[in-house]
Design a protein around this ligand. Structure first.
Ligand SMILES: [Zn+2]
Length: 437
């Protein structure tokens, strides 16, 4: 554990985690995978707006929906997941504007991955690559350059259209059993089925994994990347909990989920993206050409040793989250009392979780900035902080720049190194508040 927070252990603390109000107890919560009743709280982040719904200035006086943002763990399968809340439609609407191509380090990551799997599994012009949640085509274009057949599946029309514009064919659909069956009926089977940062975003997990089983060719490979629960807990990344993100996986749990649909994880890599992710390699359980590698066994054993099959790890995390809020607020109150100015950098989903949970708005932060022109000119949900282009920082010369996408902190501190010319400092809130002079 990175945190040095003293945590109250023992049954009293655990009881508190279970203790919902009588009203909440009336709401039935079932595990998305196994159907068991959810009763152990992992992080209660209160009521929060939908993170990626940045607001147009003319809508700032309208009513804004807030939903409960509360993660639980299932004691039967250890799947960490959000409790029920209304509205998948609200989340993936047409204004959803996350274009992957605006992060340089992410593009580089995608290129490395593509070259690596092409070589490892000998994909060629006869191979079919399908990517689920293919976004603006930033990943598939690497396969296209090698002459490999590609197809994207992307539910958000605006980003799918951007992919089409650069020659990446994209089905505008949610992926699941129905879409997989339609694709197979059209003669498509995936030799490589890629899903990066989508597994956690799927409301109906079982339908999604079953769909992958259907679409995968007999000797095909699925690779998926998702944030690793172990890192979320060790590095206090509670801000990666947001409404679009229904599930949070350990290897222990994801193995169970895939096994439930006749799929085997035969290799796993720990990769640094999004603060620490897993990349899993999956095949049919009938495919004997791919033995399960040591890496899978080693990580599984490590997770068991670290207690991820045990309630107390999750209950301790719940307390750590509250302490992080107290520390960030203490810092901001102190610097504001000194008359300093603070602005944000970035408008990622995780930033909205942090700001809304901590109650940080105009009283502490003047504005935020983002490289994406699709976000500039809008306001953050809940806090209504305006989003400007990064040049705004050069004009107002703030004392502190709070980096919200902390996973990109090195890239951002490089890009914005010149704030030091006027004595500006960077603040990174996660895993622990740290000021960089
Ligand atoms: Zn379960």
């Amino acid at each position: 554990m990175v945190s040095n927070i003293e945590l109250a252990e023992g049954p009293g603390n655990l009881e508190q985690q279970r203790g919902d109000s009588p009203m909440m107890a009336a709401v039935e919560r079932k595990c998305r995978f196994c159907g068991d009743t959810l009763s152990v709280s992992v992080a209660d982040l209160g009521m929060s707006p939908v993170s990626n719904n940045n607001i147009k200035p003319e809508k700032l006086t309208a009513m804004e929906p807030f939903y409960p943002l509360h993660a639980y763990v299932c004691e039967a399968c250890w799947l960490v997941q959000l409790g029920q809340f209304q509205a998948a439609d609200e989340i993936f609407n047409d204004e959803y504007a996350y274009f992957s191509s605006y992060s340089k380090s992410w593009l580089e990551h995608a290129r490395h991955y593509s070259l690596k799997v092409i070589e490892r599994f000998c994909f060629d012009r006869n191979s079919q690559v399908v990517e689920i949640a293919s976004n603006d085509g930033y990943l598939l274009k690497n396969f296209k350059e090698k002459g490999i057949k590609i197809l994207g599946v992307e539910p958000c029309a605006n980003v799918a259209n951007a992919a089409e514009e650069i020659g990446i064919p994209s089905l505008i659909k949610f992926f699941g059993v129905k879409t997989a069956e339609e694709m197979v009926a059209d003669g498509i089977r995936a030799d490589l089925l890629v899903g990066n940062n989508v597994l956690a975003h799927v409301p109906d997990l079982n339908d999604f994994v079953k769909g992958m089983k259907i679409l995968l060719s007999p000797q095909g490979v699925i690779t998926m990347e998702f944030p690793h629960l172990k890192k979320l807990i060790e590095f206090n990344q509670f801000d990666t909990i947001y409404h679009e993100h229904f599930s949070y996986f350990s290897l222990l749990t994801v193995e169970r989920v895939f096994a439930g649909f006749g799929l085997v994880i035969f290799d796993v890599e720990e990769i640094p993206t999004h603060g620490g992710s897993l990349r899993i390699y999956v095949c049919h359980d009938s495919d004997t050409s791919k033995p399960v590698l040591e890496a899978v066994k080693n990580l599984r054993e490590q997770e068991i040793e670290d207690g991820f099959g045990n309630t107390s790890v999750y209950a301790r995390f719940a307390e750590q989250v509250k302490e992080t809020k107290r520390k960030l607020l203490s810092f901001l109150i102190e610097v504001k009392r000194q008359g300093k100015t603070v602005v944000g950098y970035g408008a990622p989903a995780k930033g909205n979780t942090l700001l809304n949970y901590c109650g940080i708005g105009h009283d502490f932060i003047d504005y935020t900035v983002d490289l994406s022109p699709h976000k500039q000119g809008l306001c953050l949900p809940g806090t209504h902080l305006p989003i400007f282009p990064p040049e705004r920082i050069n004009e107002t010369k703030p004392d502190y720049v709070l980096i919200l996408p902390w996973n990109l902190k090195d890239e951002i501190m490089n890009q914005m190194a010149h704030i030091r010319e006027w004595g500006g400092q960077f603040v990174v809130p996660i895993p622990e508040l740290k000021v960089y002079k």
